[in-house]
Design a protein around this ligand. Sequence first.
Ligand code: AMP
Ligand code: MG
Length: 417
Amino acid sequence: MREGLTVDEAQALILEATPTLGAETISACDSPGRVLAETIVSTRRHPPADSSAMDGYAVLRRDLRGASATAPVRLPVVYEVPAGGHAPRALEAGEAARIFTGAPVPPGADAVVRQEDTTAVGDEVGIIIEPQPRDHIRDGGEDFEIGDQLIDPGVVLGASHLGVLASLGRTVVSVHQRPNVAILSGGDELVEPDRPADSGQIVSSNSYTIAAQCREIGARPVYLGIAKDRPEEIEAHLRAGLRADVIVSSAGVSVGDHDHVRDVLEKVGCRLRFWGVLMKPGYPLAFGVIESTGTLVFGLPGNPVSAAVTFEEFVRPALRRMMGHRSVHRPVVRARLAEALRKKPGRLHFVRVTLGSLDGNYVATPTSNQSSGVLTSMIRGQGLAIFPLEADKIEAGAEVDVQILDSGFFDQAERGF
Ligand code: AMP
Ligand code: MG
């Protein structure tokens, strides 16, 4: 087992050990946000025929040479094609047909004249322009033809994809499965939030944070409860999680001082891949795989900020990989630091920051308390500024990378354009 990896090394090892889950067929209505596990090939032509893009008149252009407002050309209106209807016969020279948006263009017609460019005169229409070839006609098949490859596997389905699926008559779709994530907390001091807690106890919040982090990306959390710091209890809880795709424990199974935890992991068949990542918050992170079931096991540190940040950096990418996502990391923006940062080299720091903007640049301001026990620093910050492993200072005004944790961050613009 390796110890003391860099963040990049740890992420790479985890993603290497993480499989993409198989496919399941679900209702297309339930598919937004899911990752497509098949190729969508068109079985239809859309639009099925040449159709009118306007309310107006289908015509033959050669009848309208020289037509203008001062010299309108009058044509008899021989029939009407409503949306959803058909022309009763081909249009012939010297004739016009009333037509509505979306209706199929009669055979023989080679342009549609907008209603605004006509004057109705009894059973006739007066046309005051010379139309261009195929004016206001949507070509049959201009959207897609039978056999066109429309959506590739790996695409994250959104509203427009659902519209295309509906156009094809597809009501079900094959997508990657969502992982089940067994969540447990460990510690003699912990009590559930709905229980009275005395001053020697700590209300367990990590499982709630972690379950929400799972739900936010569509993974399925299953709560296993709190295990006391005894090998039998930890073992019983871990065994209850063996049917899950992933076990996430905070405290309890982080290795370090409680040596029996490593024994318990071995006893349930978990091969630890590494222990300890050169980062702050969150050094004490363990990762392993249960050999018999393939279940991934993450032992996160107990401190609430450390648990939340290590979930972000290591568990979230793995869960997204399982669900078939190609991009598994949070978006990163460049921002200017509002104040200088100092640290000792040797660990990468994830600094909670609020993001503002000044003269078109993002400005990152560290939240005041960076202690790994202060979970409210995660509420106040929208992102994590990266203070690199070997760096010891970053001056005020210098540029840093900031991972955006707040998924609504880019929705906050007051105007869309
Ligand atoms: P440990 O990793 O067990 O040394 O825990 C580190 C700190 O995190 C201690 O102050 C614990 O009380 C706290 N902690 C551990 N588990 C949780 C939890 N589920 N919710 C909130 N705090 C926790
Ligand atoms: Mg503990």
